[in-house]
Design a protein around this ligand. Structure first.
Ligand code: ADP
Ligand code: MG
Length: 477
């Protein structure tokens, strides 16, 4: 569409600019001629520069035969009427009032581009938020349970690409189910949000690839558009570690309070116990051996001795708070504990020996306490192993993980799976004369060294207790 402009003021510049700037889809406007009585009018100057047809008299336009549209920008209705009366039939003419439509186009286009830019910025921010900053799993779900968007963290966990996930049902992707979640174990947070219109939270128990239970906290937030609910944003977080940590803390607190209580009670009991024991022994001395009273006094002193043993364990247990650590060789400590337990092993006809790493990097330990744990573990193993059985103590240095490992392995009775979780609890024992404190003390000592202890057992075959002690960072001996 070829355009001629009458009136070359600032409006004409604006119009030429709009026509230059925008890509018109249906018409292809191009300004070819400009008229103004003033030779210095800005539109005229520009048109001249661009090599367009310029004139001081718009009547010249009627001599041109290739004009499709004349736009009058003078604001003078007489001129407009004059143009209408003189133009040929093929040429159209519009007055400056109608030309304002171009200004409207410009405004709309500017608004559009501003909105576009805001949208791009918002999208970029959204992307940074859900893919960069939030390390939890984020998924946007429509009211029909279909996935609208999903973040990189979640995709990586699921092993899917974004295209594979979007459009799928949420329960299919996260639970491999064909129907939405329901029930107490797996309440559907989306259903809750739809019902209440408010955010909702639920804890689900999922299984990971190795079949381990994972606790997942799921928060669901409503996604509304002009007050109408369109879907939800679901943020899920694996809280298994927090729960485990909490349990550990509780166990630790339990140990500390039992320790304090035990220390107090043990002190109070020790003195009267000694009195009972010595009195029983003294009376016994005055009596003939083999008499009924002599036998009963023997029972009293034996029981008093047993109480003393329990009290001693309680005191050991209570004393586990302070630690004196210095650099030491674990192999040496293991060998010492072997010497101290050899007698019991021989007595029970159990083969006790060690298979130690040739050289271990030195580690800061409380030697007495580590020795106490090794004796505890070895004595337990001896007690659980029938004659002819074997007990081995191993030491190993895992260079990549920077840890030292000690393993006490026996071919004894083993531990029933239902007891495996309880053996570190204070006072848990399966023995007639047990105190149930050995492993609780051991656990506390290993924790004080920043290490871990765990038991693996096959009932009837034997048990492995594995102690792992971390070396300080940067130790690459
Ligand atoms: P106690 O030896 O006084 O019973 P511990 O805390 O040392 O207390 O051990 C708790 C329980 O753990 C034992 O009663 C036993 O049931 C179990 N246990 C510990 N070590 C072994 C082992 N090596 N083999 C089998 N059971 C064990
Ligand atoms: Mg024990």
């Amino acid at each position: 569409m070829r355009i001629a402009i009458v009136g070359a003021g600032n409006k004409s510049l604006y119009l030429m600019d709009i026509i230059d700037k925008y890509e018109f889809q249906i018409i292809s406007p191009v300004v070819v001629a400009v008229a103004d009585i003033n030779n210095d009018a800005p539109g005229l100057v520009k048109a001249r520069e661009r090599g367009m047809f310029v004139t001081n008299d718009y009547n010249d336009f009627f001599k041109l035969d290739n004009i499709d549209l004349i736009i009058e920008l003078t604001g003078n209705l007489d001129i407009h009427n004059d143009i209408l009366s003189k133009k040929n039939n093929r040429t159209r003419a519009i007055a400056h009032t109608i030309a304002r439509l171009f200004w409207e186009i410009d405004h709309a286009a500017r608004r559009h581009s501003k909105t576009n830019q805001e949208l791009t910025e918002t999208l970029a921010l959204y992307n940074v938020l859900i893919n960069g900053l939030i390390h939890e799993d984020v998924v946007v779900i429509g009211l029909n349970h279909k996935i609208i968007d999903i973040n990189d963290t979640f995709l990586e966990k699921l092993g899917l690409t974004r295209d594979e996930a979007i459009g799928q049902n949420c329960y299919k992707i996260t639970h491999h189910q064909s129907i939405p979640c329901s029930g107490d174990e797996h309440p559907c947070p989306l259903a809750d949000v739809i019902k209440t219109g408010k955010s909702s939270r639920a804890t689900h128990i999922h299984q990971d690839q190795n079949g381990n239970k994972r606790h997942v906290s799921i928060s669901c937030y409503p996604l509304a558009e002009k007050g109408v609910l369109k879907g939800v944003i679901e943020v899920s977080k694996d809280i298994t570690k927090d729960i485990e940590f909490e349990k550990k803390m509780m166990q630790q607190e339990k140990l500390v309070s039992i320790g304090r209580l035990s220390a107090g009670v043990a002190h109070e009991i020790n003195n009267p116990l000694t009195t009972i024991l010595t009195s029983a022994m003294l009376i016994q001395e005055d009596l003939e051996e083999g008499t009924e009273i002599h036998k009963e006094l023997a029972i009293i002193s034996n029981e008093a001795l047993r109480c003393r043993k329990i009290v001693k364990s309680l005191l050991d247990f209570a004393r586990q708070t302070k630690s004196f650590k210095r650099m030491d060789d674990l192999n040496e400590v293991i060998n010492e504990s072997l010497v101290l337990t050899r007698k019991q092993a021989r007595f029970k006809d159990v083969d006790l020996s060690a298979n130690l790493a040739r050289e271990l990097p030195p580690l800061a330990i409380d030697r007495d306490k580590i020795q106490q744990t090794l004796i505890n573990l070895t004595l337990n193993a001896i007690e659980a192993t029938p004659p002819g059985g074997k007990i081995r103590l191993f030491s190993h240095y895992f260079k990549e993980k920077n840890i030292l490992e000690i393993k006490v392995s026996d071919t004894g009775d083993g531990i029933l799976p239902e007891n495996l979780l309880k053996i570190f609890d204070p006072f848990f024992t399966t023995k007639k004369n047990g105190t149930g404190l050995g492993l609780a003390i051991t656990h506390g000592i290993i924790e004080q060294h920043g290490g871990t202890i765990c038991a693996k057992s096959t009932p009837g075959k034997g048990t492995d207790f594995v102690v792992r002690l971390p070396l300080p960072q940067g130790n690459d001996n």
